[in-house]
Design a protein around this ligand. Structure first.
Ligand code: XMP
Length: 514
């Protein structure tokens, strides 16, 4: 296909997907390839520009990821970022070595505003630096286009050859004018038109899925969340009723959610697919009876989910493909899982495959961030209610009920949560809060209702703002809204006589209660 494309060459940096995302935000299609990709293949792709990413190595060390000189001789504009910048200088005859002063964090950089890369960028601008090595001497033919006191070569350019290299990271938001710099590269240097949109991604992905699946059978575990819904709809558009979606209702969903999912995907819904809803509430409740330890609850819910899914999959028989709604942050989180401590075991990442007889996994959303998945969802015509659904954990309300889970407690938290959500929507503040929900504390306390003493449960309201869900701060919900929610909950939800608001950030708390 002959659409304009920027290629990102991956040298193992942490922000590579962000680079691609920023380019896509300029409405230019972008794909990431390993640094091992053959130069002939790169030529064939006919990119409008190439971006070399950061990476953890020192480019002058033996065995460090590298690239050939030819990459810079294709006549295609190249932008090197951090490691990519150093590598470009190293390969083209400059000198890279350990910096006398390591720079890390937000640093003021002075840029040459006449450079195409820095056009409309302030002369002194805050950029995100993270490097041990630096460019001591640029390669022949390159001019310095930015510097800091500790980094005399913070950006270089060879204007005739359209080669640019910058030491800092324009892709992260800490670089205040980074997006401008990347769009300068994409438009001023590469001459892109910027006519790629999410509809093209959706259309091309559907086409590619159709080719890949052929007349094979596809199975999808549908949770009703944004990711699995978007993945399912894409597959349904690609292969229609060759797709079967299994929706396990574990009885730990929010109020009416099971029916809402069925309305959209079931026989009276808008899509051509086989929809199986398994009402497994009782199974989950009986497995959870008497269990109050959070990790044990998570494991039970996760295992039971797999068991139910497996039973359904067996009825369907052998399938060729299993669809997963994995999105990019899941890939990163599970990748880090090996080294970091397990705070909570997430049951929906990587749990299913070994239990199902299939040939291959399809993950159509693997390269997208959440908001891009939402855009794709809107593009596919999925109802807004579903597309902008609150993040909801796999174990559902099971981890929003502290201690033992019972059907009665599920009902209480469902009712309280529905009131909370309704009032937040009425106040028109839903889209301004990252995540919000009600949880049932296991605490009972004394209250008074009418003239009677009560000894009932306390509901906790949580609302947080977060960028990446790794850290979060408590959101400030207007007092009138909280007051209204609180009074409705104690009046409308039986056995609740107290409502608390959680002001804790993450860390030290987590977003969910268990
Ligand atoms: P925590 O509680 O770890 O939550 O601060 C961070 C984000 O992850 C969601 N969460 C989960 N999502 N399966 C999921 O898919 C899980 O087991 C799970 N546990 C927590 C949580 O809702 C928040 O958005």
């Amino acid at each position: 296909m002959n659409r304009e494309k920027i290629i990102v060459i991956d040298f193992g940096g942490q922000y590579n997907q962000l680079v691609a995302r920023r380019v896509r935000e300029c409405n230019v299609y972008c794909e990431i390839y390993s640094y091992k990709t053959n130069i002939e293949k790169i030529k064939e792709m006919n990119p409008k520009g190439i971006i070399l990413t950061g990476g953890p190595n020192s480019c002058y060390e033996e065995g460090a990821p590298t690239c050939g000189k030819e990459l810079f001789e294709l006549g295609v504009p190249v932008l090197g970022l951090c490691y990519g910048a150093q590598l470009m200088m190293h390969v083209l005859g400059g000198k890279v070595c350990t910096a006398p002063v390591r720079e890390y964090g937000k640093i003021e950089v002075e840029v040459d505003q006449t450079s195409k890369l820095f056009s409309d960028v302030s002369e002194k601008t805050i950029c995100w630096m993270s490097h041990n090595d630096y460019i001591e001497k640029q390669a022949p033919g390159f001019d310095i286009a930015a510097h800091t006191p500790a980094c005399p070569v913070a950006a270089v350019q060879c204007v005739e050859k359209n080669l640019y290299a910058i030491q800092f990271h324009p892709e992260v938001l800490h670089t205040v004018e980074g997006t401008k710099m990347l769009s300068n590269f994409v438009f001023n240097v590469c001459g892109c038109a910027g006519d790629w949109k999410m509809d093209a991604f959706v259309e091309n992905t559907i086409k590619a899925l159709r080719e890949k699946v052929g007349d094979g059978k596809v199975l999808c575990a549908l949770s009703g969340g944004v990711d699995s819904s978007v993945a399912a709809v894409m597959l349904s558009k690609a292969v229609g009723d060759q797709l079967t979606c299994v929706f396990v209702d574990h009885g730990l969903l929010r109020k009416n959610e099971g029916d809402e999912v069925e309305e959209v995907f079931g026989p009276n819904g808008s899509y051509d697919l086989n929809f199986i809803r398994v009402n497994a509430q009782e199974r989950f409740y009986s497995k959870l009876a008497g269990v109050s330890e959070p990790e044990q609850k998570r494991k039970i819910i996760g295992e039971e989910f797999i068991r139910v899914f497996e039973e359904e999959a067996k009825k369907i028989g052998k399938v060729d493909f299993l669809v997963q709604g994995t999105i990019y942050p899941d890939v990163v989180e599970s990748g880090l899982g090996g080294e970091s401590a397990v705070i909570k075991s997430h049951h929906n990442v990587g749990g299913l495959p070994e239990y199902v007889d299939f040939k291959e996994i399809i993950e159509p959303l693997r390269d997208l961030f959440k908001d891009e998945v939402r855009k794709a969802g809107l593009e596919l015509g999925i109802p807004e209610k579903l597309v902008f659904r609150q993040p909801f954990p796999g174990p559902g309300l099971g981890i929003r009920i502290i201690g033992e889970v019972t059907a009665e407690k599920v009902k209480m938290v469902q009712e309280a949560d529905a009131i909370y959500r309704e009032e937040i929507a009425n106040a028109g503040i839903a889209r301004s809060i990252g995540q919000y929900f009600a949880a049932l504390t296991n605490m009972r306390s004394v209250g008074v209702m009418g003239d009677e003493r009560t000894y009932d449960y306390a509901i906790a309201l949580r609302a947080v703002n977060t960028i990446d869900f790794m850290t979060a701060e408590a959101a400030e919900i207007p007092w009138e809204v909280l007051g209204k929610v609180s009074s409705r909950i104690v009046n409308e939800v039986k056995h609740v006589n107290r409502v608390l608001y959680d002001c804790t950030g993450k860390p030290p708390a987590t977003i969910e209660f268990e």
